[in-house]
Design a protein around this ligand. Structure first.
Ligand code: ACO
Length: 367
């Protein structure tokens, strides 16, 4: 039987990329793309990142969803790291060809089921362990057990390197993790909310969010940013390299944003973090020269489209300066964004309805 097509669907053109469509109500974060403002539950990102530790920022974000004070949360994350270390034998038995990110997803899949509030703590606590263990196993080293007495950033660096990290690196990583906690209805967060809206559990919502984050137009950009900086090599090469890339219609990684029509405020928060690490890193000066050249070239190439520096440009520079391998940039982004994803899942579960938009059918109709 031929169903009579709904005329509204037949004539309605979809909004490309759902740009400008409001698809959720949230108390978690707001992005003002004209003013270059990011607000996390009433606080500007500049007043959180570098000002309060990760655990305190998460407690702030989770108010009303997972009510706990920062000290209790730090202890709970420590316990969750210990619990997650039990998954190391599974990671050891994983096929060698799995990437670090895929191993983290494997570990996440194997986490025990929890009530959703506890799942937020278990998953946020587990990610640093899964990241560090996957990295060390992939490079032929033994995974290191967590130290539950440490804050998450310090323990993550220790589990990666086996050494007590300098305070400046811990502070820089902590600043990074807070900077990326949450960011409105970006692609991965939307994915998490769509999955949560089907009443799937938090783990599955997070696995989907990790998938969405992995692409170069989202959380996969910082590795290629560092590749670009390395390929340019010296300030005098920047203009030629960049104009060549734009002539080939390539996108410059670390620039442009769906919402921001001005500078992404997180870029400056991360750039300020570089000061914690001293002034002797030649890559920082090179990155600043490349940024200037890129902004000038983008203005010339796309005069009608304001394209500015996004979070991923200084993510790459900062994480590299901390000494983190570029293979870990996207895994680390997922680790820092996890509390935001969890909060959106909890919010969606409380208030949301099944997310099920319509599509505009342009295929053939039966005779
Ligand atoms: N380099 C060169 N040109 C660009 C760039 C860029 N970085 N960004 C956008 N443009 C151009 C596009 O080619 C397009 O030109 P056209 O109209 O001639 O085809 C125009 O600007 C508009 O681009 P859209 O893709 O429509 O804009 P959208 O809002 O969808 O893109 C995005 C946002 C995906 C982030 C884009 O700016 C981009 O690809 N940037 C590079 C990748 C990157 O840095 N990703 C990380 C984003 S931050 C995050 O997700 C955490």
């Amino acid at each position: 039987m031929t169903e009579v097509p709904n005329p509204a669907h037949m004539t309605q053109d979809p909004i490309a990329g759902l740009e400008g469509i409001v698809a959720a109500t949230t108390s978690l974060s707001d992005v003002d793309g004209e003013e270059g403002l990011l607000i996390l539950r009433g606080c500007k990102i500049e007043d959180l990142a570098g000002e309060v530790p990760f655990e305190q920022a998460v407690a702030h974000l989770w108010q009303g969803l997972v009510d706990t004070d920062p000290h209790a949360l730090r202890l709970a994350f420590g316990e969750a790291r210990i619990a997650a270390f039990a998954l190391v034998p599974l990671l050891e038995s994983a096929p060698e060809k799995l990437s670090i990110y895929e191993r983290m997803q494997l570990g996440l899949s194997a986490l025990p089921q929890n009530t959703e509030r506890d799942a937020a703590i278990a998953i946020t606590g587990a990610l640093p362990v899964l990241l560090a263990a996957s990295y060390r196993l992939a490079s032929g080293q033994r995974a290191l057990a967590p130290d539950s007495s440490l804050p998450a950033a310090a323990d993550l660096l220790r589990m990666l390197t086996g050494e007590t990290p300098p305070a400046s690196r811990v502070d820089a990583l902590d600043r990074y993790l807070v900077t990326i906690l949450d960011h409105g209805l970006n692609a991965s967060t939307f994915t998490a909310r769509v999955i949560a809206s089907t009443q799937a559990d938090m783990k599955h919502a997070l696995l989907g969010a990790m998938g969405a984050l992995s692409g170069p137009l989202h959380g996969g950009a910082p590795g290629p940013v560092l590749d670009m900086i390395d390929a340019i090599g010296a300030p005098e090469n920047a203009e030629t390299w960049i104009s060549g890339a734009l002539a080939r219609k390539e996108r410059l990684m670390g620039f442009g944003h769906r919402i921001y029509r001005t500078r992404d405020p997180r870029a400056d928060v991360l750039k300020a973090g570089l000061r914690l690490l001293g002034n002797d890193n030649p890559k920082v000066g090179l990155a600043e020269d490349i940024e200037r050249a890129a902004l000038a070239a983008l203005k010339k190439a796309k005069p009608d489209r304001p394209l500015d520096t996004n979070v991923e440009f200084y993510t790459a520079v900062l994480l590299d300066a901390i000494g983190i391998d570029r293979s870990l940039f996207t895994p680390l982004f997922a680790t820092g964004r996890t509390p935001g994803w969890c909060a959106h899942v909890l919010e969606q579960q409380r208030n949301g309805k099944l997310i099920r938009p319509a599509s505009h059918y342009v295929g053939p109709m039966p005779e």
